[in-house]
Design a binder for this molecule. Sequence first.
Ligand SMILES: [Ca+2]
Ligand SMILES: [Ca+2]
Ligand SMILES: [Ca+2]
Length: 156
Amino acid sequence: MRFRSSIILALLCASIIIWLGAAQGMVFINEVEANPAGDESAHKTSITAWFELYNNDDKDVDIGGWSINNSEGRSMTIPQGVVIKGLDYYVMDVRPKWLAQTDEFLVLTDATGSEVDRTAVLSDEEDNEIAWTRDPDGRDTNSTDDWKFLANSRGF
Ligand SMILES: [Ca+2]
Ligand SMILES: [Ca+2]
Ligand SMILES: [Ca+2]
């Protein structure tokens, strides 16, 4: 009887540890601007598309070597040494057209290749400063409702 209750206790402890692990903060793909104001098809344009990552934990996270993959199969690696401070943001500029403006989604993987986050399928066919963002920042219920099309908040 005592043996059995020790096993139950051990299982309970393990569940709590797993639950605490799952409840830890995460890094999210938090905002995506695939269609900034201006004609990005113009020659030598200085317009950049971009996306923003958000660390919703209060601890710093080293994201060096992590990758962003888009739904067209393109991939971009975050440089070594990049750290997002707790509750802070990191913006990556990409050349226009790296992000598709229709039915685009992005997947963030860590340095071991494990998926950390993915966006909803997003379309931005408006040529303006409105961008898709998780609202509030870091909201993630695996629903398209996590995302709103709002005036951009690049880096904040
Ligand atoms: Ca836009
Ligand atoms: Ca544009
Ligand atoms: Ca933002």
